[in-house]
Design a protein around this ligand. Structure first.
Ligand code: SAH
Length: 357
């Protein structure tokens, strides 16, 4: 049976150097290829024009070179936000979003095909987990979007489909490659990883001492309420999560962010705001309020606009830095995971792209 090809774009420069040594190549070959893959964002070995044709053929036999092509792009007429749907080598679909801000271009990527966390308000978890994404599949969502628009990506948020800390090793490899000075070299401070709260992995991530921002999806300030929204809350209490957050802050010096999706009549009372204030104030966390995106399979509705304002005001009165997430791309399958599910059901074969490029 043919040996499985190794995933070249998930390799660090050092690993690639070892590979080249094994192939009897000089070590500068590794640097050359790494640059093509991670800095010039080549689509395949044939674009690596300073490598001989025979060497490129040898590489094709030995290595898999992950390069995602969008099967669909939707662009918001309101704010230019672009949603990309990519098909992976095995047919799985993943979604990524590109948002243009004043400060730069931010890309939101998926870390898994599907998700097994089961949060009640989330569309990405409705069909469960298909599989983890490799580091190269996470990276190439960023690379493909930069290739598509030609504009440098400045910020990356791991907030698409999947629980990144449930795919810990690949996530870490991805973070190192993404921020590596020989690649796109995105500043660690411009990278955010969002978790539903896997306490042991939050602690492990702290020990890596990266300068990334860790965001905790809290969504409720009592265990009882959190358990009714997020199955993971059966496993880790808010107390355990707050301890992990404190450890993260002490170890990395990075303040954490709490995400809190406001669901009408469920977690948006004054009392909820007071309890959330107490948690956030103690750790100096920033709170990101997200008006919940209604998912048609679920009954949740978003809080009214004046309620959102009132909720944010209570946090601010308690000295907590809170912002309401500006909604982007509301005209293009709002909630994460919705485009992927819809297209997976319809079958994406032969469908036209919805915008240019
Ligand atoms: N698994 C990670 C990252 C993916 S979700 C996490 O749980 O943090 C990114 C954020 O969007 C999370 O805070 C998640 O709870 C929130 N979210 C998911 N579905 C949503 C919806 N329908 N409306 C508002 N926020 C939602």
């Amino acid at each position: 049976m043919a040996e499985q090809r190794k995933d070249l774009k998930s390799m660090t420069l050092e690993e690639l150097e070892d590979e080249m040594a094994r192939m009897g190549e000089k070590s500068f070959r590794a640097r050359q290829m790494y640059r093509w893959a991670h800095e010039k964002l080549a689509r395949g070995f044939d674009e690596m024009t300073d490598l001989s044709a025979s060497f490129r053929e040898k590489c094709k036999e030995r290595y898999e070179y992950v390069c995602l092509e969008p099967v669909r792009i939707q662009e918001s007429a309101l704010d230019g936000t672009r949603k990309y749907l990519f098909r992976l080598g095995d047919g799985n679909l993943v979604e990524s979003v590109r948002m243009q801000y004043r400060y730069g271009v931010s890309v939101c990527i998926s870390s898994q095909a599907g998700c097994r966390m089961g949060c009640r308000f989330c569309a990405s978890t409705l069909d469960g987990l298909e599989r983890n994404l490799t580091a190269s599949e996470m990276l190439d969502q960023v690379y493909a979007i930069q290739r598509d628009t030609g504009q440098r990506v400045s910020n990356v948020v791991v907030m698409g489909t999947g629980e990144p800390l449930d795919n810990y090793d690949n996530l870490l490899r991805f973070l190192r490659l993404l921020t590596d000075e020989n690649g796109l070299h995105i500043s660690q401070r411009n990278v955010t990883v969002s978790t539903c709260g896997l306490a042991p992995q939050m602690r492990a991530l702290a020990r890596e001492k990266l300068q990334i921002t860790l965001a905790l999806s809290l969504h409720a300030a009592t265990d009882e309420k959190r358990r009714s929204l997020m199955p993971i809350a059966q496993k880790y209490t808010i107390r355990e999560l707050m301890d992990a957050c404190e450890f993260y802050f002490e170890t990395t010096g990075r303040r954490m962010t709490f995400e809190y999706s406001l669901i009408g009549g469920v977690n948006d009372s004054d009392r909820d705001a007071e309890l959330l204030s107490a948690l956030a104030a103690r750790l100096g966390c920033h709170v990101n309020l997200i008006p919940v995106n209604p998912v048609k399979e679920r009954q949740f509705v978003r809080s009214r606009r004046d309620r959102i304002r009132g909720f944010a005001a209570i946090l601010q009165q308690n000295g907590v830095n809170a912002t309401v997430r500006r909604e982007m791309g509301t005209d293009i399958d709002g909630a994460c995971g919705q485009l992927r599910r819809r297209v997976a059901r319809e079958g994406e074969g032969g469908m036209p792209k919805e915008s240019g490029s």
